[in-house]
Design a protein around this ligand. Structure first.
Ligand code: SAH
Ligand code: SF4
Length: 360
């Protein structure tokens, strides 16, 4: 075992661990026993697996180490949205955002919790409004680094996470294999056991990978970051649109919807004077109608160094009412946590700058 490449044990599927263990003639129940220690009892070191033979624990630790990710900052806001900054084993920083479905009022616990996870360190797609793309792309996260965001935050918060959204830093479909691997671990009964319908992947519009995702068996949900209803508007803020224009994107969405028999969601950040006109609203309604998609409007969150701003409340409401008047199911997100810079990528950027200026 010792000469092969090291893989974190939380990047393995049950059947892969099983076939590894069969090579050393371990009993067939052993792999399930180990997964139980990892995902049910949530131990952090092989020494804690007390009913696994010591010699096997030592060999496993050598070949499939259990990685750790340190939470180095937590920011909470009044409405209990919390943001967690992780330092990875190679010193890179990533972040995750924990969002309650409804604020904790009068001492009651909020009912459902959604965790927004990162899939890459930085992002190569460079959308003009987004903090994650500002400093470019460093690397893909491995499956265990995605799974561990959930485990570490459940441990730190003492709360159970019900929904996972792949809307943190990075473009999930540009890290397709690791993201799909993480999703299988998150979804499996031997893993985190979170239902596929409680897992949403968001993409800025990688048309070929949307088709590939449509051919995957899992019934996870898909959100498309549209942010513009015409190529002129999208080209201005999303460089990806020059590779896959709206026509190509929507036809990949047609394929997805036909294969999955599932409604998708258009995410649409409202940016003053850029994509918030009545014409854009009317065209967005046409696209949503074509796909029976839901629309989620998000008022732009200010990012340091970027000069965009959100439209007035009246403009936001008017945009929403145009969609609704055309029978589109649309919501306007009242940003939970805009006071802690909840749009992903922002805490990392702020922390990196403070580090380099010596303030932290
Ligand atoms: N790369 C994928 C998934 C992560 S992007 C994608 O683009 O879909 C994270 C989400 O945060 C996207 O929906 C993006 O549109 C949103 N976002 C980025 N910057 C934002 C900002 N300044 N204000 C509000 N939402 C923002
Ligand atoms: Fe990357 Fe998504 Fe940000 Fe665009 S919006 S830069 S694709 S993380």
């Amino acid at each position: 075992m010792a000469s092969a490449e090291k893989i974190d044990i939380k990047s393995l599927f049950l059947d892969e661990l099983q076939s590894e263990l069969e090579k050393s003639a371990e009993p067939s129940y052993r792999a399930a026993q180990i997964m139980d220690w990892l995902y049910y009892k949530r131990i952090r070191a092989f020494e804690e697996m007390t009913d696994v033979p010591k010699s096997l624990r030592a060999r496993l630790a050598e070949r499939f180490p259990i990685g750790t990710m340190d939470i180095i900052r937590v920011l909470g806001s009044r409405d209990t949205t919390r943001k967690f900054l992780f330092r990875l084993s190679d010193e890179n920083l990533i972040e995750s955002v924990l969002i309650p479905a409804s604020p904790a009022l009068y001492g009651q616990k909020s009912d459902r919790r959604t965790l927004c996870v990162s899939t890459q360190v930085g992002c190569a797609f460079g959308c003009k409004f987004c903090a994650s793309g500002l400093e470019g792309f460093s690397r893909n996260l491995r499956a265990n680094e995605i799974v561990d965001q959930i485990i570490a935050i459940e441990r730190a918060s003492g709360e159970r996470i019900d929904n996972i959204v792949f809307m943190g830093m990075g473009e999930p479909l540009a890290n397709f294999d690791n993201v799909m691997r993480a999703i299988r671990i998150i979804n499996s009964p031997w893993g985190l056991g979170i239902g596929a319908r409680h897992i949403t992947v968001s993409t800025s519009g990688l048309a070929p990978q949307i088709r590939k995702l449509a051919d995957e068996p899992l019934q996870i949900r898909l959100a498309i970051s549209l942010h513009g209803a015409t190529d002129v508007v999208r080209n201005q803020i999303m460089p990806i649109n020059r590779r896959y224009n709206i026509g190509m994107l929507l036809s990949a969405c047609d394929y997805y919807v036909a294969r999955k028999k599932q409604r998708l969601t258009f995410e649409y950040i409202l940016i003053a004077g850029v994509n918030d006109s009545n014409d854009q609203a009317n065209l967005l309604a046409v696209h949503a109608e074509r796909l029976s998609a839901k629309v989620n409007l998000i008022p732009y969150n200010t990012v340091e160094d970027l000069s965009w701003s959100r439209p007035s409340q009246d403009r936001q409401e008017e945009f929403l009412s145009i969609l609704r008047a055309q029978g589109i199911s649309a919501t306007l997100r009242r940003e939970k946590g805009s006071d802690i810079d909840a749009a992903c990528g922002q805490l990392r950027l702020q922390t990196k700058r403070k580090f380099s200026s010596g303030a932290l």
